[in-house]
Design a protein around this ligand. Sequence first.
Ligand SMILES: [Ca+2]
Length: 233
Amino acid sequence: MARVWWLSWIFVRVQGDGEFLVTSPSPDVSSVSSVEPTSGYIGGCNPFQGVRYLRISNGREIPRWLCSASWDIYEVELTDSTGARLAPSASTMTGVSDDHPVSNVVDGDRSSFHAGDWDIGLGCSCWDDSKIGSQQVDLDLGTLTQVARIVIVQGGDTDPWSVGNLRIECGDMSMAFDPAVMQFEISRAVTTIECTAQGCRAELSTPYLDICGACRCGTLTAVGLALLALLFG
Ligand SMILES: [Ca+2]
């Protein structure tokens, strides 16, 4: 994947599109917009109040230029209020790409990942808001459980299959989800969500990067799209 990512940035430069703010083989953190890690409460539901299910989904797009792109989520780690690590099962109703099963989200290995259905098309070139939440992972704790910490692991700031905005929904024993959704900006590396009775706060290991906001995919020519398809499938 690293080679493909590098090639993608080179290709962007070949297009000669001056509107691209990122012009190096890997994202230049200084040239894309960023915000400080969230300091206040996230809002939405609070899994500290007790949940059986947590639904994790994409809040926005991923910085890819083809529609055959899905989000790669490496690991979700849950901890209860005593500090004990929880062991949920994982499933999805939105599809799986070959060789990257949803179980990889909870296998205890931060290097293995789950890839969603490519057909959903989460790349910024074909993004629209109807795709918010279109790639989901459902975690089942088996019984109502007080969740005090959620750690979301992605591939890092140079991973073009990462999201910068995440949704978390809280489900009860009957898998009915609270309409109050947690939606917030996250790190493309590791995001730790700490929850208490007062609410949840997020700590980002690297600042939020709005990579897609810095690209102008609509300016790619038909020839360019054909070349991208040839290079990246
Ligand atoms: Ca994993």
